[in-house]
Design a protein around this ligand. Sequence first.
Ligand code: ZN
Ligand code: ZN
Length: 309
Amino acid sequence: MTLSIRLNKLISWFDSSQISVAENTSEAIDWLRVIPFILMHLACLLVFVVGWSPVVLWVALFSYLIRMFAITAFYHRYFSHKAFKTGRICQFIFALIGATSTQRGPIWWASHHRRHHRFSDTDQDIHSPIHGFLWSHMGWFLCLKNFTTRENCVRDLLKFPELRWLDRYDIAIPVVYAFALLGVGKLLEVYAPELQVTGGQMVVWGYFVSTIVLIHCTLCVNSLAHVWGTKRYATNDSSRNNALLALLTLGEGWHNNHHHYPVSARQGFFWWELDISYYLLKAMAALGLVWDLQPVPRERLTLNLIERK
Ligand SMILES: [Zn+2]
Ligand SMILES: [Zn+2]
């Protein structure tokens, strides 16, 4: 590898436009890009250094939930599937919250996800477990091949310059978020010492632990939700419904339902299928923040049902 390519790869951590589509062919694990991903996991071990306090555990939980909602309701159901409508400001706010999840920008995320639906569990599906479980979980985005956005899949999103900025400088927002948590923790150290919160705790629990759990729960929808669970509908893929994953991902675990009818705003098709993202979207719709939530047509609920013996 020449020095200039190495340099480009390092710069690509700050400006993702540095890697061009032409270079985008290798399926080998790209260690220069992977190292920060590994360091984020190791940073979670700092909980043994900074300790904990009740307040930071609540912060970590809230940090997980609000960002999981931004990923499931907006990165997935809105940007990838157009399952409802919203205004440009609301679109940007949830793109911004989604961007703190360190799962890259909304356009990159949607482009690969749309491709997943187009080629589900075939040779051309970039993260199918048919290529290996670990590959479907995280190998696919740790190689150079899938680093760039597949622009032909997301022409509708490319027209928003603010979303393109989030995509190009995709590490900027997570860094700002981590430093903001550090800053709030430092202020609490000084002004509310009785809470026993430190800046270190806020950044380790609120950012690193919360983000790593969030990333792996999201990735489980690509990996586990295609191998573990039940199938209600005969789809052309191995998607499954999994109640535990649905709980952890605020509704995304009803993945067989989702592959059966991807444009629906709800993935839990029945009242007993917990879909917290959908309930929150209904609440946002009541406030006028989102609208035109796509329902599941009644005939779709019973189409292609797999008969149970
Ligand atoms: Zn899938
Ligand atoms: Zn989808």
